[in-house]
Design a protein. Structure first.
Ligand code: ARG
Length: 581
């Protein structure tokens, strides 16, 4: 309970309730430029109980004076406008709250009272296909959400729902046999997955004999033929090895343990169909088994079916996702299912969720959320492509990020020792790519712009990393340890100190807000504000050359909490904060 806005809100609530006679009264407290915070609740309340808002506000203020509930936290409560309360925090209240945060490794963030079991479905590339920038977005956003959920105290299960099943595997396996394993491994491990796929496809189109073999191979695969399964396994292993290269380069948490591909659900799907049948939801349409969830229509306004089993008997993507819902809820005991998947799959997922709800598999408190995201665009505002017009290879993209960051580091700090330089370049380059993605509202498309994301100015990873490293250098110069420094008594006499302190104290609320909307950009915006407030503070308030020792140690404590908050916030986004850069 460190955020002063929350503290004040909690104290005002019963007084608002008592005076208005409404048990559910909300004081509606927000940070404000007029004072430190403003409570606007009297307006809506007055309407509800049919009185004048200003009068209600006056009665509340009288009651606050009588009870003294705000006495130790607010130095001023003033009525403004039609009945707002402008609240000014006591300096010593802010200082006390900040001191308690300063010595808390969790920076004032209290673990959730009722932890949930969350499955986060993210990354999910397809075997023998290039991982595209959409998978990059899913990987980066999903990984940040995993870190935040874990930190908040939830039980988190990562699932990488790779596309490792389906008809194309017949032709892919035959192609693997044709070119030999070494050649296949060479292409696939270099990330030339599209090349492999295209070659198989071209043969399939041109060669009837190959077509026949591919079809037979699918049948063998589905029948569980041992040799075929072994070949399939190798194909999957070559692709996942490539995915792992990207994951390691990115520094995300995903490992082979998190892979739960579409193939896993194949043997369970007959059971799903039986259960749908038993629930009476399944109908026939054009020879296929389908469910019509209400509220979904096609362009002509006709009801839209979710196809469960095709006329040919094959199962669908939807069937695997429905089976997957059952598995997550019933086997894993999950009550929060997050799908970090691009916007084009919105309708598919909404229909799956609806059918799972109708079938009774997805019932409160369990809920499924599509954490949707927009596209990555090139400078031409079209889908990002490589120079040759192909899909961008992620490995190359990330290598380029690190190279560009290395050049920037050389320019910024030519004296950095070699060993450190490459490490710092990696942190900055990868951090820049991740942050560019996370700092944009995920729903929107964003333009991939090297110069902007690597800039040391503006809302970028390098700016935040630099702000952090600069504070660490203050401690190096002072020969002081930030952890010890954080324990010093804090005084907030200067306006810039106060502004920074209030910002730092908002961290728990910001994390709450970020997580409840699954919107990492909110945390990014906040960290940017912290860094800006720090810059203003540092310009106006000398730290190492402060006039008095008490001021010096207090300001060092402020520096310590600031650096700690930036590093911690970046950490939750999956971004490293170098000590020096
Ligand atoms: N493999 C899919 C793709 O590349 C994404 C899978 C998302 N997860 C899911 N449960 N459907 O588009």
């Amino acid at each position: 309970m460190s955020d002063p806005v929350t503290v004040v809100s909690d104290r005002l609530r019963p007084v608002f309730a008592e005076v208005s006679g409404r048990a559910d009264a909300d004081p509606v407290v927000r940070p404000s430029d007029r004072a430190d915070a403003q409570a606007n609740g009297a307006l809506a309340l007055a309407k509800q109980v049919g009185t004048n808002p200003r009068e209600l506000a006056e009665r509340i203020v009288t009651r606050l004076d009588e009870t003294g509930v705000l006495a130790d936290v607010c130095s001023g409560v003033e009525i403004a406008g039609p009945g707002f309360l402008n609240l000014t925090f006591h300096d010593h209240f802010l200082a006390r709250e900040l001191s308690s945060v300063a010595s808390d490794p969790r920076l004032g963030v209290v673990p959730v009272a009722s932890p949930r079991t969350a499955v986060v479905d993210y990354s999910a590339p397809n075997v023998a296909k290039e991982m595209h920038v959409g998978h990059l977005r899913s990987t980066v956003i999903g990984d940040a959400l995993v870190r935040m959920l874990e930190f908040a105290g939830h039980r988190v299960i990562r699932e990488n729902h790779i596309g490792d099943w389906g008809r194309p595997f017949g032709m892919l396996i035959e192609h693997l046999l044709d070119i030999g394993e070494d050649a296949a491994a060479e292409g696939l491990s270099q990330g030339d997955l599209d090349g492999f796929y295209k070659a198989a496809n071209a043969k399939f189109a041109a060669d009837e004999g190959f077509q026949e073999r591919a079809r037979e191979r699918v049948v063998l695969l589905q029948a569980g033929d041992a040799v075929t399964h072994e070949l399939w396994d190798r194909l999957v292993a070559m692709s996942t090895a490539y995915f792992n290269t990207v994951y390691r380069q990115l520094g995300v948490l995903l490992t082979d343990h998190d892979i739960v591909g579409e193939s896993v659900y194949q043997p369970l799907m007959a059971g799903t169909i039986e259960r749908l049948e038993a629930s009476g939801l399944l109908t026939e349409s054009d020879g296929a088994k389908v469910v019509f969830p209400p509220g979904f229509t096609n362009r002509e306004g006709d009801p839209l079916p979710l196809i469960i089993q095709a006329r040919t008997g094959g199962f669908n993507y939807a069937t695997s996702d429905l089976t997957c819902v059952i598995d997550r809820v019933e086997r894993l005991g999950a009550d929060l299912l997050l799908y970090v998947v691009g916007a084009p799959q919105q309708q598919h997922l909404q229909m799956v969720f609806e059918v799972a709800t109708m079938a009774g598999w997805l019932q409160p408190p369990a809920e499924a959320v599509h954490v949707s995201f927009g596209n990555v665009l090139g400078a031409d505002r079209k889908m990002l492509r490589s120079r040759s017009g192909e899909a961008v290879k992620l490995v190359e993209l990330l290598d380029e990020a690190v190279e560009r960051a290395a050049a920037a580091v050389d320019e910024k700090n030519p004296d950095l020792p070699d060993a450190q330089r490459s490490e710092v370049a990696r942190m900055i380059g990868i951090g820049a790519v991740k942050y560019a993605d996370l700092s944009n509202d995920r729903i929107k498309d964003y333009v991939f712009d090297w110069d902007r994301m690597l800039s040391f100015d503006g809302n970028t990873a390098p700016y935040l990393q630099y702000a952090h490293a600069r504070i660490r250098s203050i401690f190096r110069r002072a020969g002081a340890d930030p952890i010890a420094a954080a324990a010093a008594p804090i005084m907030l006499d200067e306006p810039h100190e106060r502004t920074l302190a209030k910002r730092l104290l908002a961290y728990p609320s910001v994390l709450d807000d970020t997580l409840s909307s699954y919107s990492p950009h909110k945390l990014c915006t906040y960290l940017f504000e912290v860094a800006q407030d720090f810059t203003a503070f540092y310009e106006h308030c000398p730290v190492l050359r402060a006039d008095h020792e008490t001021v010096r140690v207090s300001r060092l404590a402020l520096c310590a909490v600031t650096a700690g908050t930036i590093a911690h916030g970046l950490g939750l986004l999956g971004i490293d904060a170098p000590e020096q850069m």
